[in-house]
Every structure is written in structure tokens, then in C-alpha cells.
Ligand binder design. Structure first.
Ligand code: FAQ
Length: 311
């Protein structure tokens, strides 16, 4: 009976026993994971676009090689994650169609434009930095395939964060124009980076259940606070200013107080009205369309081979 199964399932979760694809799981657990993992996969894939924008304009060969490798890593992350979603019965074609139709979400951060080379530094530093903060706890997610995928993803994100911070450091120590470019980039990306962690705990509809299932190990606000606390000293180290007049060390709580996020902007971007939402989804839709001849050829070849084998 279902109640008994659910009880045993929760006992497994409470005992930190991993759930594997063929194990029994409540439908809602499966659905939550498919939602989160597929949105995560879409974020990795759409996330290639803002940085892909600068590959041909990287300032030198070394920067270009590093950026190219970084963007390719994101493609890899997307592919592991689509595979992890498939272990739960998600159909990859449908999953991707949901992104293209606007039904499925992806991270709000990728709807902001990359206007200068400094944005390549800031994205690595802040966006990959925020991604690590959110994904390290996911290495202990109760669902085995997702947790295992996160281990490698986090190692790669940590290289990405370093390469970004190195770009920012070089610019901040460069000419006054270069430093101003880095500061302008930080001004534009700081608040959107904080929004990556999702709505405040009071407004996060899924957090409570996801934490009970140990899909999420920390709340949105907890992770956001941890990110602020590690990032502020990094900005100070390179002499850049966080664009928040309310940012202040709070001795008593041993962490920073910071200003209010513009939640109206957050929900606008999440619901498709950010600066680049239309352009991002259109780029993905076109990529699928342009690649259709490859899929057709591969299918025709597979059919021919199967026919030959049969005869
Ligand atoms: N953007 O109840 P909650 C990367 C949605 S890292 C858009 O709190 P939940 C690496 C949320 O889906 C970025 N939508 O939801 C990289 C839900 O809507 P739904 C990706 C957001 O799931 C770096 C609704 O709001 N990382 O790509 C956002 O418990 C550089 C209510 O929210 C992940 O996806 C947002 N920021 O917590 C790549 C990590 N926040 O589904 C390239 C895995 C919330 O009901 C370059 N995901 N929403 O329609 C998670 O940890 C969680 O899903 C959260 C949201 C924390 C994002």
C-alpha cells in the first residue's frame, strides 16, 4: 500500500540512503526532480550563450582557449543533466521542446546581456561562484544520479570561478579604463547574481518539501548569505566596490547584512520579460532547427544499417 511505501521511502531518505533510478519513489518526488534537473540542464545550455558571445573577441589566444574550454564544459554539464533527468523517465525531446516553447524555466541570470570583455571575468567570478555555492550541497542530494553528476560539475565550476576571478583581478589592476570596466560589470551583475539563489525562503514554494526529501540541503536565503559572505572580501581584495549601500558587516551574526533584492525585477525576468529572454530562447530554437539535417542523416544511417543486418 502507498502509505507504507511512502513511509519506507522517507525512512530511507532520513537514513541518508541514496535513491536510485529503479527504486520506488513518490510521483511528486520524481516530478520535482525532473523539474529541477531539467531546468538546471537548460540553464547550462542557455548559459553558453552570454559567454559564447565573446569567444571571437577574446583579447588574446590564451584567453580565447580558456573561454572556449569553459563554454564547452557548460555543454557537458547540460548533457549530464539531461541524462540524469532521463533516468527518471523524462523524454529528452519533450524536455527540450518545453524550453523552446517557454514552458520550462532556466536561470534568470542568463537573460542579462554581456556588454564588455569584463563580463567574462564577472560571470566566472560571480555566476560560477554562485553556481558552486548552490551545487556543492547538491552533491549530497538524495537522488543518486543527480548527486554524482554534481561532483564533476562542481570541480569544473571551480576552475571556471578561478578563471573569471583572474580576469577581474587583471582588469582591476590594469589601467583606469580597465578598472572602470570591471567595476561597471560588477555593478550590472551583482544583483542578478544574488537572484540566482531564487526567491526568499518565505516565497519559495518548493523549498520545504525539497528539503524534507533532501533534494535541497540548504534554503535559498542560507546559500545567498554564504555567497555574499565569501564574495565581499574577494571584491575588497581587488579593490572593487559592491554596488550596495546597505552592505555592512554584522559582528553579532558574524556575516554581512545586505540590501533588499528587487523582487519585481526577478519575477519579471523569470516570467520571460528580461532583457534577453526572447533572444536566448530563439537562439536555442534556431540551433535545433539548424541541426535537424544531422539528426535526419543519423536516423537514416541507423535505419539502413538495421535493414542490412536484417537481410
Ligand atoms: N531563475 O520554490 P523555489 C549554471 C523558479 S547555475 C529562474 O525556490 P526551487 C552554471 C523555480 O524554478 C544556474 N527561475 O524553487 C553556469 C520555481 O519555478 P517552477 C542553474 C527560478 O526549485 C554558470 C519558482 O521560481 N542552477 O547554470 C530561479 O526549490 C555559468 C519558485 O522557486 C540550478 O538550476 C532563478 N534564479 O529552488 C552555466 C541549480 N529561482 O519550477 C553557464 C539547481 C527560482 O515552480 C555559465 N536548482 N526559480 O516553475 C536549484 O537549486 C533550485 O531549483 C533553485 C530554485 C535554488 C534554483
Amino acid at each position: 500500500n502507498i502509505e507504507e511505501l511512502e513511509k519506507r521511502f522517507q525512512e530511507k531518505i532520513d537514513a541518508d540512503i541514496r535513491i536510485e533510478p529503479k527504486d520506488w519513489m513518490p510521483d511528486a518526488y520524481r516530478k520535482t526532480l525532473i523539474r529541477q534537473i531539467s531546468q538546471h540542464a537548460h540553464s547550462e545550455i542557455v548559459g553558453m550563450l552570454p559567454e559564447g558571445n565573446w569567444i571571437t573577441r577574446a583579447p588574446n589566444l590564451r584567453r580565447k582557449a580558456v573561454l572556449l574550454a569553459k563554454v564547452q564544459d557548460e555543454a557537458g554539464h547540460g548533457l549530464y543533466l539531461y541524462s540524469a533527468a532521463e533516468t527518471l523517465g523524462a523524454d529528452r525531446e519533450e524536455t527540450i521542446d518545453d524550453l523552446h516553447s517557454g514552458k520550462a524555466k532556466y536561470s534568470s541570470i542568463f537573460n542579462y546581456p554581456t556588454l564588455t570583455w569584463a563580463d567574462m571575468g564577472t560571470i566566472g567570478w560571480l555566476v560560477d561562484g554562485a553556481a558552486i555555492m548552490n551545487q556543492v550541497p547538491l552533491c549530497r542530494c538524495s537522488y543518486g544520479p543527480y548527486a554524482r553528476a554534481m561532483v564533476r560539475v562542481c570541480k569544473e565550476e571551480s576552475f571556471h570561478q578561478r578563471q573569471g576571478f583572474e580576469i577581474v583581478t587583471k582588469l582591476a589592476q590594469g589601467t583606469p579604463e580597465q578598472k572602470a570596466m570591471a567595476q561597471d560589470s560588477l555593478n550590472r551583475f551583482w544583483w542578478p547574481a544574488l537572484m540566482m539563489f531564487g526567491p526568499s525562503d518565505a516565497d519559495s514554494q518548493h523549498s520545504e518539501q525539497s528539503m524534507k526529501w533532501k533534494i535541497k540541503r540548504n534554503s535559498n536565503d542560507e546559500l545567498r548569505q554564504m555567497f555574499v559572505d565569501v564574495t565581499v572580501p574577494q571584491a575588497e581584495l581587488v579593490g572593487l566596490t559592491i554596488p550596495d549601500p546597505d552592505l555592512k558587516w554584522n559582528e553579532e551574526k558574524g556575516s554581512y547584512d545586505f540590501g533588499e533584492i528587487n523582487w519585481d525585477e526577478f519575477w519579471q525576468v523569470v516570467s520571460g520579460n528580461g532583457i534577453c529572454n526572447k533572444e536566448r530562447v530563439e537562439a536555442r530554437r534556431k540551433a535545433k532547427e539548424n541541426g535537424s539535417w544531422v539528426r535526419e542523416a543519423a536516423n537514416a544511417y541507423a535505419a539502413k544499417k538495421a535493414q542490412r543486418k536484417a537481410s
